[in-house]
Design a protein around this ligand. Structure first.
Ligand code: BGC
Ligand code: BGC
Length: 616
């Protein structure tokens, strides 16, 4: 449905909503001078109970509503409706996209929320999935696929902490991360958001990320941010690796492969969990009382709140992004506490209100949802510290954070082949660099960088791999470059930085076998380099293992660099032997596209799970 048509239907919803709100407001009771919920010395459950008892149905419904800031018809709607939450989806950024503008924007939204009758602060969410990646100038860390290789929980915890500081520095206290998915088919476009195809790695590193984001205690410091374990559950287990698809898995398979990272995150105290767009045995996760209420909240004892995915509730009845009664009944009944609407907010609240008033959704379910949301808001300290932490703003893209990212890059590389010890590079060598990903900060950062899909080019300050090589080699070193590999003659060694361009979510799905191969441009680079008769080292920048079986014999060395982020010098550190490679594959590397879903431990991989060479 086009946007114009949607608008007309929304306006109807808006009129309805405004009337309801006005009625409630005139009935609203006066409040005491210092209500208990505003007293920080009171225990959180008491504050929640006190506040909940003061709230009207409309206020509760809006507390459960999350809107993308880009879809606000007017900023005044925050006050008018008493919105509970805003988000920035991928690329939903202020103009100009710089820290000061983020601070001004989130503070202004917060002021609008605090003007309401009860003054409940907003909670603002964003996808800080590899650093504060929507913000130009933020530190971009390796995507999870690279972090999995490190097996370094202490490192991941530090990355979580650094990211939390940068996020809090823009007035945001909630990240939709970590993705604790176990990607079991590399055709899936979100494979790079997965630490590993082994649940134990996803569990350990996911929990470490949660500990880093939230700190020892949720709200224990002004830079403690709420983490989100996503996407619950079995997003990485869909048939043929189709994004948002159906997973024909048994209960036992879900429990043994896909559930453990959520169990670990809950144990770590994760404050929110996001449901998956995908289904299990035909049942949408957004409508699954079994998985959301019985298993997550019941069995695992999850005490935080469940956030839907982007219009995930609207998709329940299978007709796309409009909210129907069926969608809202099923989603809220299943146990979703806050709905990432993210656009049709008046319509959503009108439908939800109607369903409650008709008795189709129990008021106790609404109270439970709001109680969970308010609990987290109190725990985070939002009532006491609603505005951006200026001290943290200075940490955005700081030297210390970039040094940490560079360390993560070094640890995330996997040396897959090193014939004749061509690596490390030697002093005095004439080095030729080639390939589309050699000098491109956008490409090496991948999707979810500045925009939702990411893009090639100098999209944010950082060090490309080529720049990193030049830096580490130092003055006087001879490093030449061409995009297509021509001009390599006369050099001692060639480094071809090849692989994938940026993508996110379904755009990254590769249903066709050729989509897992090197592309035509990369083939040209290799064939041009071969004409120079010098050793060829390939560095792969990609969000998944690619099928390189055919090319491998003509290469002296192969390094998997995944999606390293802004600190390309970390790649150079390893290539020059400043540090030895320590990374071990955290997923199997297939020999052919037929092995796209090869499980760890199954025979026949080109490189098995756990493989990784080092230097002498
Ligand atoms: C993605 C989530 C993300 C959300 C908000 C969805 O499309 O599946 O991972 O957190 O958008 O950007
Ligand atoms: C948003 C993303 C979101 C996606 C969902 C995009 O428009 O920017 O954040 O994940 O839609 O389809």
């Amino acid at each position: 449905m086009g946007r114009a048509a949607l608008r007309i239907r929304l306006l109807g919803g808006a009129v309805l909503a405004a009337t309801a709100v006005a009625g409630v407001l005139t009935l609203g009771a006066g409040t005491a001078t210092r209500p208990l919920y505003k007293d920080a010395s009171q225990p959180v459950p008491k504050r929640v109970a006190d506040l909940l008892a003061r709230m009207t149905l409309a206020e509760k419904v809006w507390q459960m509503t999350q809107v993308d800031k880009g879809f606000l018809s007017a900023d005044a709607d925050i006050t008018k409706y008493r919105l509970g939450s805003l988000l920035s989806g991928g690329g939903s950024v202020p103009v100009p996209n710089e820290p000061a503008a983020w601070v001004a924007m989130t503070d202004a939204y917060q002021r609008a929320a605090l003007k309401t009758r009860l003054g409940i602060p907003l909670i603002y969410g964003i996808d800080a999935v590899h650093g504060h990646n929507n913000v130009i100038g933020a530190t971009i860390f390796p995507h999870n696929i690279g972090l999995g290789v490190t097996r370094d929980a202490a490192l991941v915890r530090k990355i979580g902490r650094a990211t939390a500081e940068e996020v809090a520095g823009t007035g945001i206290r909630w990240t939709f991360a970590p993705c604790v998915c176990v990607a079991r088919n590399i055709r899936w476009g979100r494979t790079y958001e997965s630490f590993s195809d082994e649940p134990k790695v996803a569990s350990a590193l996911g929990a470490a990320y949660v500990a880093g984001f939230q700190g020892p205690k949720l709200g224990g410091s002004p830079t403690s941010i709420l983490a989100t374990a996503k996407h619950y559950v079995a997003d990485g287990g869909t048939d043929k690796g189709v994004n948002t698809g159906d997973a024909s898995l048994s209960d036992k398979q879900v429990r043994s492969i896909y559930l453990p990272p959520f169990t670990a995150a809950v144990k770590q105290g994760v404050g929110s969990v996001m449901t998956s767009f995908s289904s299990i045995q035909g049942e949408k996760m957004h409508a699954s009382t079994h998985w959301v209420t019985d298993v997550l909240k019941g069995e695992l004892g999850f005490k935080g709140f469940v956030i839907s995915d982007w219009a995930g509730v609207a998709q329940i009845d299978g007709d796309g992004s409009l909210y129907s009664f069926e969608d809202v009944d099923k989603g809220i009944d299943a146990g979703i506490d806050m709905v990432m609407v993210p656009q049709a907010y008046q319509l959503f609240q009108a439908v939800l209100t109607n369903e409650i008033q008709k008795g189709h959704i129990k008021r106790s379910r609404i109270d439970d949802a709001v109680r969970r949301i308010l609990t987290v808001k109190f725990q985070l300290g939002l009532f006491e510290h609603p505005f951006a932490d200026r001290a943290a703003t200075k940490t955005i893209g700081s030297k210390a954070h970039r040094a940490l990212a560079r360390q993560a890059v070094r640890e995330s590389l996997v040396l897959l082949k090193n014939a004749g010890h061509v690596l490390p590079l030697k002093k005095g060598q004439r080095i030729f660099v080639a390939g589309k990903n050699a000098d491109d900060v956008g490409a090496q950062s991948g999707g979810w960088t500045i925009t939702w899909q990411g893009s090639t080019g100098p999209i944010t300050p950082g060090t490309s791999i080529l720049q990193g090589l030049k830096q580490v080699a130092g003055k006087g070193a001879r490093i030449d470059y061409s995009l297509d590999g021509r001009g390599a003659k006369g050099h001692d060694v060639a480094i071809a930085v090849l692989g994938e361009g940026p993508y996110a979510e379904s755009n990254g799905d590769r249903p066709d076998d050729y989509g897992l191969n090197l592309d035509a441009a990369d083939d040209v680079v290799i064939s041009n380099l071969r004409k120079a008769h010098i050793p060829i080292v390939v560095v792969l920048v990609s969000g998944r293992p690619l099928v390189v079986t055919r090319e491998l014999p003509s290469l002296k060395a192969l390094v998997a660099a995944w999606l390293p982020g802004t600190e390309g010098a970390g790649v150079a550190d390893v290539l020059f032997g400043r540090v030895k490679p320590t990374g071990k594959l955290a997923r199997v590397w297939p020999r052919s596209a037929a092995q796209a879903a090869l499980a760890p431990g199954e025979p026949g991989a080109l490189f098995p799970y756990g493989f990784g060479l080092s230097y002498r």
